[in-house]
Design a protein around this ligand. Sequence first.
Ligand code: F0G
Length: 431
Amino acid sequence: MPSILQCMNCARQYPVDSVIYECEACGGLLDVQHDMDWLRTVATRELFDSRMGTWQMPYKSGVWRYKELIAPYAADDEIISRPEGNTNLYDLPRLAKWAGVGRLYLKHEGENPTGSFKDRGMTGGVTQAKRLGMTRVACASTGNTSASLASYAAFGGLQGIVLMQNKQIAFGKLSQSIAYGAICVRIDADFDKNLELVREVSKKLGIYVLNSVNPFRLEGQKSIMFETIQQLRWQAPDWIVVPGGNLGNSSAFGKGLKELYTLGLIDRIPSIAVIQAEGANPLYNAYTRGFDRLEPMHADTLATAIKIGNPVNYPKAVRAVQWTEGVVEQVSDQEIMESKAIVDGIGIGCEPASAASLAGIRKLVNSGTIKPHESVVGVLTGHVLKDPDATIDYHADRLEHVRAVCPNVIRDAAPTLEALAEVLGARVTER
Ligand code: F0G
């Protein structure tokens, strides 16, 4: 059976080469479904292990190493890859102690080519756009998707178009979209409105949408789970903890983990914990009410990447939490920035939204949800250079609602040896 697109609600099917983002019958979100019987015969640990360290494209990519699970129908030379993935999984005993867990790993997706996890989905989405013969691709974005789209569109010879929220797009991300040559449109609206707009405009103007409502993006993003588990020698951890905004990543993680389990590549499914910012917490609110319904909200948080009030992938994220017997937690901007300072201070670094993972882990340990002996993988979604203002403003203690707990204050000194010695608390000695 070839891969197909299937509605997650009514199971209606569409050919994999359809330009479609929602079910024509019921409006439900679509999944790319692969032939699991065939996959059982080819998708083995040995196959994926044999590709480790290869120079051969596209298999040296940390996404396309798992090509059979992502887009088995694509020819190797159709794939637009920079190549992405192969990000580090840091084993961090000091942080584990700080958070109160037995074993803590951080999977740093900020180590992707454009500095965020979005590249893993974008290689899937832009490859599909090329296969469909599209020439223009577009997204709404809080910044990282647009940076990634701009890069991959340019790399694949397509015109990228990005709709950006009016304020609060982090500087690093804005500069990337401009640099990579996308048409950048600044709109006086938030992310949620821009996403509505891009979907409408694309339908009318024949532009391919590359937000995570596009199921081919999520296929690429699944590889974060495949690679993490391969790095753990195919042993599943107890918890996977991930920040949630538009909920594409958590949705993809649920699908990926279920597939690994169905194929016998892992013997148990880790629980997913989705962490939201308190000011942008529609999934958390729905979770506390037993996932009765999504109530869109006006979002506000310093973690601008996840400043989203009406997440398009809500139904898939609910499914991921339920499939994995997971949880949803919320954290304050204060907790996010303190956790960022911790991740930065151990020499790894991340952008604010990413630090929601670590803040969430600590909170879930304190509440007894994560047990002290359990193993936890936190996903860092973006690079420390993405949002330099957040870092500098935190350490200068000039953020509006956040207090710097241990700021690394810049010290001033006159250009003399004595002045420097004073600042460094050292004595000048004659030699
Ligand atoms: N972390 C970072 C750094 C992000 O950029 C995003 C999303 C998320 C977490 C949340 O992931 O949406 O899959 O739940 N950024 C999108 C963007 C919305 O436009 O760049 P999600």
